[in-house]
Design a protein around this ligand. Structure first.
Ligand SMILES: Nc1ncnc2c1ncn2[C@@H]1O[C@H](COP(=O)(O)OP(=O)(O)OP(=O)(O)O)[C@@H](O)[C@H]1O
Ligand SMILES: [Mg+2]
Length: 356
């Protein structure tokens, strides 16, 4: 099998007491987009800076197409790594016009460089801007030129540190999709930083979820959303409902009946998690009659405590008979009155059971 485009092995870096990157391992294939996702300060930019070669690691190795580029002792300088980068604090060369900025790092004939620069400029929606100077451009336009400049030389790996964050929403989606398309066509592997779960879900083939310098979970968006490793990982992607319980004979009692908790000792405190969109509302019985049970488990009776219309969805807070408040989200064709009774269900396949 051929070598991966980028391989990061056991990479660590400490700033004094602070471990900014803690044993990072990642493998990226050509054309693959991997998002480093996590809260502020978790080590995303640090990881990118080490890969770029602008920050030396304490230990660990990085390979590009199978060749070692740094291992803490020896290092290939940034300009010889064939790695493109676009960080938030980009700057254009002020004395060069837009086309000259983009062509700056290109090799080849004048004509081929100009041709490539014009093509990329078009992809970032700036055709016709080639002869403008950077000071004549808006902030968002400058950002797109910087993106074009980073993409133009067809780097083997592209590092993007929240490069789309300054653009307005519609333009952002468009520029982001176009940029990634060009990079994929060139076989470039993309390692991208974001703290927005929805952006990561939209773009990534693989998400690496980070916390305190560590990658705590890696996987395709579907997997990482639906099989979180812990409560915090679940909460990073959406609001969650938490039901507290403790184990008795491998079972945990909840308002929705018993949950299996195999492998947990009696008395272990558990959090049982369900996302708002996974709570099922039994519209037929409107909270009347005996508790319905079905394959999804036992129902719990609840009254509408607060209901908010948000356009695409409505958010409904329910109060259960034991006082627990659970939040459900439903398509916004439905907005019940406060005080209405319903039976709720918590389908087991959408519940996660974690020890506290
Ligand atoms: N040059 C430095 N000297 C000392 N500490 C640093 C340095 N660079 C980063 N750190 C610390 O390392 C940790 C990780 O920083 P990093 O910039 O990688 O976070 P991040 O995940 O990119 O956060 P954000 O989303 O806010 O950009 C932080 O606690 C930060 O304060
Ligand atoms: Mg950062």
């Amino acid at each position: 099998m051929s070598n991966p485009r980028l391989k990061i092995r056991n990479l660590s870096l400490r700033f004094g007491e602070r471990v900014a990157a803690d044993n990072i391992n990642l493998v990226l294939q050509p054309s693959q987009v991997t998002c480093l996702l996590g809260p502020s300060g978790c080590g995303k930019s640090t990881t990118l800076r080490i890969v770029a070669g602008v920050e030396p690691q304490d230990c660990g190795e990085i390979y590009l197409d199978g060749d070692l580029i740094c291992d803490g002792l020896t290092t290939t300088p940034p300009e010889h790594r064939n790695i493109g980068m676009m960080f938030q604090d980009f700057s254009l060369f002020p004395h060069l016009n837009v086309l000259e900025n983009i062509a700056f790092g290109l090799r080849g004939t004048r004509v081929s460089c100009r041709h490539r620069s014009e093509l990329i400029l078009e992809r970032v929606n700036l055709s016709g801007y080639g002869s403008k100077m950077p000071h004549e451009l808006s902030g968002g336009e400058q950002q797109r030129v910087a993106l074009a400049r980073a993409v133009a030389p067809r780097p083997k790996v592209m590092l993007l540190d929240e490069p789309f964050s300054g653009l307005d929403e519609r333009l952002r989606d468009n520029i982001r999709d176009e940029t990634l398309k060009v990079l994929r066509e060139d076989g470039t592997a993309v390692l991208m930083v974001t703290h927005s779960p929805s952006e990561a879900m939209k773009m990534a083939d693989e998400i690496a979820l980070m916390r305190n310098g560590k990658i705590i979970q890696k996987g395709a968006p579907y997997t990482i959303y639906n099989s979180p490793v812990d409560c915090e990982a679940a909460a990073f992607f959406s609001d969650i409902n938490v039901m507290e319980s403790s184990v008795e004979k491998s079972l945990a009692q909840t308002p929705f009946g018993e949950f299996f908790a195999p492998g947990h000792a009696d008395g272990t405190r558990l959090d049982i998690i369900i996302r708002p969109q996974h709570i099922r509302i039994d519209f037929d019985r409107a909270g009347r009659g005996p508790s319905p049970t079905d394959a999804m488990g036992q129902a719990a009776r609840a009254t509408v405590y607060r209901a908010r219309f948000l356009g695409q969805i409505s958010i409904i807070d329910f109060k259960l008979e034991d006082g627990l408040i659970l939040t459900a989200s439903v398509p916004s064709v439905f907005l019940p009155k406060v005080g209405t009774l319903f039976w709720l269900l918590a389908p087991r396949k959408h519940c996660y059971v974690f020890p506290k």
